[in-house]
Design a protein around this ligand. Structure first.
Ligand code: GDP
Length: 451
């Protein structure tokens, strides 16, 4: 559902790749792109405005990071803010200390409440709960019947007015508040630990509907009121959510029809505007098409950058500050870059995970890209073996490594002389690059010696 938003954001970030430093104009341009992508995805205007303001402020004020280059920092900021507007932490149902826990579903007609009731009941049953479904949607013809079918599929009993015998006309005259109350009483008596109440919706928000929902909430003392909203409704999501928030003061949001081709704006707007968390996502008509909504995972999905983000985290976590500082000082002091430094760099990189994965991530690593492509993780072991077979003097002044020394080192490390040659050549290139960087104003943010 977030495909197009995803594509747009990913393209925006690609433009930042390879930039050593972001100017204010870069940040403005990026912010503009993100704004457009969000608006096109139907995210509500005030939500977009706030979001962009935060991104800009954070990107401009971002501290120079040792582990991340500016482009990566922007991705990180956008990711964190996305998680924020999606509601932050994952929130699951809160069960009452004194069962039964009473869960009420509210939302417009066709939002997917009745379908959700079955799914939720099924999930809770599988978790060892003993739910009872209560049919309080007496407005929509067939809603009671539909809930009964859902209950049957889920293997969960349904409390309904005159179950099985009442005609639609009879049902329509029923009092949903009374049904809800009776349903809960029934649950207490039969020792169900959860009650799920399906309520009526209307095509649009109206006072009568709200009053009814609110009356049911009060009458049964619902512990959780889940506002179910069709993810496809786009810009209307915000007004609807606000009306229900005022009307029934819901405790959580369920996004339904996330399997459709909704552009996802509702998901991004509702939590942010109401301050209530999105708890579940409904993704189809089957009982199992239902998942807990994880803001962090959803943000990753939207950014379509799971790998990149985890790499960023990895880089931050494994960055050895001491080693980096030592290296920086060496440059500052114009000291020579030795084979030991070279090895230390390789080891740093190794700590950050698989080389191949890192490659795509390294803006500005073009110069060494080919080198690194051939660098698999086992090569590090060989490089270590070779360098450890050298005398300290050789490591500090590789120039002295002549033919006979090469033969000796090859023997000591169990590799062919050609590998020694290769390594020394590679080292020579790295050394040149280091010199260039030292004269060009220090280390770029990013990888040691690879920025
Ligand atoms: P209610 O009026 O809020 O109770 O809505 P329903 O549960 O009757 O759902 C309305 C329609 O949407 C039905 O045809 C459902 O099968 C369908 N529906 C509900 N949830 C989903 C979903 O997550 N994905 C898809 N594709 N359809 C859904």
């Amino acid at each position: 559902m977030f495909n197009s938003l995803s594509d747009r954001l990913t393209a925006t970030f690609k433009n930042l790749k390879g930039k050593g430093r972001l100017s204010e104009a870069d940040i403005d341009g990026t912010a503009r792109e993100i704004r457009r992508a969000l608006l096109d995805a139907d995210v509500a205007v005030p939500v977009v405005r706030q979001f962009i303001a935060k991104i800009k402020a954070r990107a401009l004020g971002a501290e120079v990071s040792e582990a991340l280059n500016p482009g990566q920092q922007v991705v990180k900021i956008v990711n964190e803010e996305l998680v924020g507007i999606l509601g932050g932490k994952t929130r699951e149902l809160a069960f009452a200390k004194q069962p039964p826990t009473i869960i009420m579903l509210a939302g417009l007609q066709g939002a997917g409440k009745t379908t959700l009731a079955g799914k939720l009941a099924y999930r809770l049953k599988n978790q060892g709960h003993t739910p009872l479904l209560v049919a309080c949607d007496l407005q929509r013809p067939n809603a009671v019947n539909q809930l009964q079918v859902g209950g049957q599929r889920a293997g969960v009993p349904v409390y309904a007015p005159h179950p099985g015998v009442s005609s639609e006309a009879e049902v329509a005259t029923g009092d949903p508040v009374a049904v809800a109350r009776d349903g809960v009483a029934q649950a207490r008596q039969a020792l169900h630990d959860v009650v799920i109440i399906d309520t009526a919706g209307r095509l649009g928000v109206d006072e009568e509907l709200m009053r009814q929902a609110s009356d049911i909430r009060t009458a049964v003392g619902a512990h959780e009121v889940l506002f179910v909203i069709d993810a496809m409704i786009g810009q209307d999501a915000v007004a609807t959510a606000q009306a229900f928030d005022e009307g029934v003061d819901f405790t959580g949001v369920v996004l339904s029809k996330l399997d459709g081709d909704a552009r996802g704006g509702a998901a991004l707007s509702v939590a942010s505007v109401t301050g209530k968390p999105v708890m579940y996502a409904s993704t189809g008509e089957g009982l199992k098409d239902f998942e807990v909504f994880h803001p962090d995972r959803m943000a990753r999905r939207i950014l379509d950058m799971g790998d990149v983000l985890s790499l960023i985290e990895q880089a931050e976590a494994s960055w050895d500050k001491g080693e980096a500082a030592k290296m920086a000082k060496k440059f500052a002091d114009q000291e020579d870059f030795t084979l030991e430094d070279f090895l230390a760099q390789m080891q740093q990189l190794k700590k950050m995970g698989s080389m191949k994965k890192l490659l795509g991530m390294m803006p500005g690593a073009q110069g060494m890209r080919k080198e690194l492509e051939q660098f698999d993780d086992s090569s590090l072991g060989r490089i270590e073996a070779i360098i450890y077979s050298m005398t300290p003097h050789e490591r500090a002044a590789p120039k002295i490594i002549n033919g006979s020394r090469r033969a000796r080192i090859a023997k000591g490390s169990g590799v062919h002389v050609s590998e020694i040659n290769q390594l020394l050549e590679r080292f020579g290139q790295a050394q040149k690059m280091m010199k260039r960087m030292a004269s060009g104003g220090g280390m770029p943010a990013g990888m040691p010696g690879m920025g």
